[in-house]
Design a protein around this ligand. Structure first.
Ligand SMILES: [Fe+2]
Ligand SMILES: [Fe+2]
Length: 237
């Protein structure tokens, strides 16, 4: 298991308390904090701190993505080792990736951040953005393939091997993608975006997620992640 995953929950707990001022909006009740131990998406409630960086938001979303990857890895290990793991567990993981962690994160990049960066007119970086966009396409293809393989879960060993093969490829691909964004994309974003652009992007991010926040989507998926972590025995000190 990749070592950096071991710190995710601890880091997320810490992040609840970092000085980003967040106030409750009507749709997100205060009791969320006590109900959800890790409250991964607390900062989505309403971002008041105008000094928040776009990359901080994206970086924090990686916490959720990494936790989801860890769950997928553990479920795949169990399946390979003949330990109990159900088709429903894999289906739920795909559901989280499609409906929550990956969807929100990639949409912010694809629809809002990358188009703005493209206009920064830095030739070589256009290729870099194209590469990241292609990686997003590959990731979505892999998840589609994974969902297809999961539908054949009960066909036996060969069908299950296909699931874990796609899962491991996806995990590896995502780890590399996250690393590239953290090492190259985020420092670049922090360098080229003006304060006004940062504020404008953060507002757009909020608008994109408004409906999901109001519908309690973040809470639903955070609860799913926590339940799967417990179910699979992923406990982090
Ligand atoms: Fe990203
Ligand atoms: Fe990305």
């Amino acid at each position: 298991m990749p070592k950096h995953y071991l710190f995710n929950k601890h880091m997320i707990m810490k992040k609840i308390f970092i000085p980003i001022v967040i106030t409750s909006c009507v749709c997100f009740s205060a009791c969320t904090i006590s109900r959800s131990r890790y409250s991964t998406y607390q900062y989505h409630k309403h971002i008041e701190n105008q000094n928040l960086f776009v990359t901080e938001i994206l970086h924090r979303e990686f916490d959720v993505i990494k936790r989801t990857l860890q769950i997928l890895e553990r479920a795949s290990n169990n399946l390979d080792d003949g330990k109990p793991v159900s088709k429903e567990t894999f289906s739920e993981i795909v559901d989280i990736i499609l409906g929550f962690s990956d969807k929100h994160h990639q949409e912010k990049e694809d629809k809002v951040l990358f188009p703005l960066l493209k206009d920064k007119n830095e030739g070589e970086k256009k290729d870099f953005l194209g590469r990241l966009l292609m990686e997003h396409v590959s990731e979505r293809d892999m998840i589609r393939n994974l969902a297809g393989a999961i539908s054949n879960f009960h066909q036996g060993k060969k069908a299950q091997k296909k699931i874990t093969k796609i899962a491991y490829t996806y995990i590896k691909h995502m780890e590399k993608h996250i690393q590239t964004e953290e090492k190259i994309l985020f420092p670049w974003v922090n360098m080229v975006l003006t304060r006004d652009e940062q504020v404008m992007l953060i507002k757009k991010f909020e608008e994109m997620e408004k409906e999901d926040i109001e519908a309690g989507v973040h809470e639903k998926y955070t609860a799913m992640i926590e339940r799967l972590e417990e179910q699979l025995g992923i406990y982090i000190e």
